[in-house]
Design a binder for this molecule. Sequence first.
Ligand SMILES: [Zn+2]
Length: 443
Amino acid sequence: MTAILCKVYTHPRTQSTPWVRIAAVCLALAGIAYATPADAARALLTTEPRTDIRIGPTREHRRVTVLPPGITIWADDFSQGFYRVALTSSLQAWVEQSHVRPLDRSVPRPPVQDVADYAMSGIDAGTILSLEIPSPIAYRVTQHLEVPALTLDLYGVRLAEVGTRQFPEDPCVWAVEAVQVADDWARLNIHLTFKQHRGWRVVQSDGHLQMLVRRPYYGASLAGKVIVIDPGHGGSDSGAVGPTGVREKDVNLRIALRLERLLIEQGAIPRLLRRSDVAIGPPGCNQRQELEARLAASEHPDSDFFLSIHNNAVGSGNRASAYGTETYYWTPMSALPARLMQKHLCAHLKTKNRLVAWQQFYVMRWGDVPRVLVECAYVSNRAEEARMRTDAFTESAARALMAGLQEFFAIAAHDTAPAVAGIEEEVEGQAVTPASLQDDEVQ
Ligand SMILES: [Zn+2]
């Protein structure tokens, strides 16, 4: 379609002829019509490792949720490469055509599933909330910091019992409110006993949906903490390259290896995704597959924290001389450690405090643990690039990241005492927001 338009419009002899333009537009419209499924109402199966369900039909629209493969959803419209899906009878969203496989038209709309009850059980990693749901469903998890809670929305589910139950013996969850939002939409508000979330995980198999609410952080020190470290880029992907040839992937790895030694000295258990100049994904994979491989490798069941180490760059124009430090996070529970990392990086490296911001980087799009991505300095800036060649820079960056982790775990450990006596009680917001930081959060 685009090819036809380009061909016509760029041809010098036809460019000025209106009829040719009209014909081209007609051809283009015919192309759109032909590419659209004649009747969009049909069942779809999610196929990607992470299928983005969005509030509108473009990649720029916010995500409603991210689903694993193997979930059947019902589409009722199609527009420009996106299916409109009915998560419930009253909740619509959009999914990219390439993230799903259309099922045979004989496959009916998934029926509403009746669920008798949920069960709670404790394991070392935390508390498991389990529901008997025969077919995998679309769901959404949202995290709340002010009143520490996780909300689990279950689409296409009807609960037999609603109301609040308390679990005074449970170390992670003190109450669950079960609500029927609509006839085909159930919700569990899971109230936590601690303020600093440690993460969650949802698994659907063998007719069950299980949600692990990870236990709070114990112990204020780094001892015993499993820190997954992602030295950004590697192998054929150099990351940014500075004006005199410093490669970001090498700087990232040097900082990660130094941080690894510092953490071991403190009794922590660092797990580096790479310890040499290699990619994480299979040979020849594309960028998305590499990022997916990196994210999959970073999901360690014992993990306490995920840290992705990068250095920044800008292409050209006014910002070409940009310098300083930036830190990014995605899940709300990662905001506090992101601010702490930024504070310590700026203090140790004496860099400009640019921003701490919400950003949708792929490696942070998971709720298993707090995840933070740091951009220590600008490899594209001549002065900062020169510093990156020095051991002093590596040492300062690594010490800053260790200090950030230390302060985070110290705060998190103090937050673990059950602080709430009733659902209505007001709980103080985030414990620490260093006033010195510029906070250009984009939500
Ligand atoms: Zn990078």
